[in-house]
Design a protein around this ligand. Sequence first.
Ligand code: ZN
Length: 298
Amino acid sequence: MGGAAGLVLGTPVRGLAQAPAQPALAVADMERLSDDLFLVRLPGEANVVAQTTADGVLLVDGASAGASTALLNAVAALPGAGPVQTIFNTHWHPEQTGSNEQLGKAGRAIIAHENTRLWLTTDVTWPWDGRRFKRLPAPAQPNKTFYTTGALNSGVRYGHIPDAAHTDGDMYVYFPKQNVLAVGDVVSGQGWPVVDWPTGGWIGGIVGGLQRVQTLANEETRIVPARGPVLGLADIKAQAEMYRTIYDRLSQLLNKGRGPGEAVAAAPTKEFDAKMGAPDEFVRRSFESLWAYLSPDA
Ligand SMILES: [Zn+2]
């Protein structure tokens, strides 16, 4: 987990002497991936990748709204950092899109898959816990969208991960020179993932997404998930196998006419729970996602 220089937020911001008193200092953990590429972690927030270039900073994801200022201060303190010019949203979740409003109002490019933009223009409610996500104001919505793939002048490539591993707008961002692949929540580096089936994610998509990531990476690629440590190709292969096993078991239960409660009781993840954590929520959502995808009248 990084462990390199922790940056004290706020210090190098111009005009700080005139700024109002800052709240208690949060410390960002900064892991240097190459000369110009950094993994920035704030406590409780999803991973952010920051590239410093002569034309300004490129971000992959932007933390939640409450941490946006802390994130942008941490990024401003990176060696060689200029203003943030571009941000990618790997999907629509608030843990990724919390800096959109600040950056969008400043006229910066917000790049996302078109489906991500669409989810951010509507209110979403998760049926299992009633959690409501309000649409973002217009300036915070992605202003540069794509359907399949794209590239920046710098050589950075990006593209849709159409398997719906997490949502139907999942995307990767690949830095070829540094051989770093950011994949958002398509890969969970820490515990069981959220299966957000109301916006398209499903357990079969988790398997498909992990297989697709293997086609985008090589043995040396460092793969950055939205949560947890940097991973390698071997980690992705092991995860693909695990989720394939779980997918097969849940599909069999579905074919036998079982329901989500029976799926949880069948303990389809039992040999993985010691490593991955309490599975009930994940199993229930995964099973519901099969209904959403495989039931003819869903
Ligand atoms: Zn997410």
